[in-house]
Design a protein around this ligand. Structure first.
Ligand code: ATR
Length: 278
């Protein structure tokens, strides 16, 4: 019998997850179905209940329900607890197991696909909202030191304190003026409105180098995909290697697929296909 899965969000029609999981299923020979379901804004828990009653095996969860998914799980993985959000639910008997694969997806995209190791790297994580929380623990586990910068600096400071690890600190964009990073990750929503992030633009003359906050050979990673954000343009102008979030999208899906099916799909043909249709 075909095992059923879905992604739940609102809105959801734009989601690429059904295509990604269909490609994974074909590639690995897994007999699954995967559809997109729009839950009413006040009806997430009821939708989960319905799916469980209908025998679904699990679901992915996206905006704006990741926190509700966190609350409705009966068991949480460590990385879901750290993220305070859940994007993958598994229904096993009476249990609803909540996980978060976003950070693992980001780490895998950076390390495997882009070939940049995180161990010992100076990472700047921009933003202190849900997208940022979702990736901190896997980045720390991969061995990076993390500076969180946020427009509202107090939120970055609070976030760093929550992780209580000497390899993480938080502050404002102004605090970055004299610093350089190997990996700069945009986890803000600034790109949605084409807004600039107030990064210190350290001019060549003042810093004695072209890159400003970008160390030589730095990777600039934007979690958004499908468009060039002002941050990506800024990073390019400073000589950084630039990546968008399409790889993270596919890798977080592959991690969910692995949790459910115990099989790890090959993500590269799927990424190629998505770039074609994007
Ligand atoms: P998400 O779940 O996508 O992270 P969020 O929780 O609303 O969404 O967080 C959005 C993040 O983007 C926040 O860190 C926000 O900064 P503030 O905490 O100061 O609001 C950041 N952000 C949004 N627009 C921004 C902009 N124009 N410049 C810099 N940061 C911005």
């Amino acid at each position: 019998m075909t095992d059923r899965y879905a992604v739940i969000g609102n809105p959801i029609s734009h989601s690429k997850s059904p295509l990604i999981h269909a490609l994974f299923a074909t590639q690995t020979g897994q007999d699954i179905s995967y559809e997109a379901i729009a839950a009413p804004l006040d009806g997430f828990a009821a939708t989960i209940e319905q799916l469980r009653n209908e025998g679904y095996r699990g679901c992915n969860v996206t905006v704006p329900f990741k926190f509700e998914a966190f609350n409705c799980a009966t068991e949480l993985t460590e990385r879901a607890r750290a993220a305070q959000a859940v994007n993958t639910l598994s229904f096993e008997g009476d249990k609803i197991i909540g996980d978060n694969t976003d950070g693992a997806g980001l780490v895998r995209d950076i390390e495997q696909n882009l070939g940049v190791k995180l161990q010992g790297k100076r990472i700047l994580l921009m933003g202190a909202g849900g997208a940022s929380y979702g990736v901190v623990l896997p980045l720390l586990t991969a061995g990076g030191t993390i500076t969180i910068a946020n427009r509202t600096a107090s939120k970055a400071v609070e976030m760093a304190m929550k992780f209580a690890d000497s390899a993480i600190r938080g502050g404002s964009y102004e605090d970055l003026a004299e610093q350089q990073f190997d990996i700069i990750i945009n986890a803000t929503s600034a790109g949605l409105t084409d807004s600039e992030i107030p990064l210190p633009s350290s001019p060549l003359s003042a810093k004695g180098g072209k890159g400003g906050i970008f160390a030589p050979g730095a990777l600039a990673y934007d979690m958004m995909y499908g468009r060039e954000t002002p941050f990506m343009a800024f990073a390019r102008a400073h000589g950084a290697q630039v990546a968008d979030g399409l790889g993270m999208l596919v890798e977080q899906a592959a991690e969910a697929f692995f949790i459910w099916r115990g099989v790890r799909p090959d993500t590269s043909p799927v990424m190629e296909r998505l770039r074609e249709v994007a």
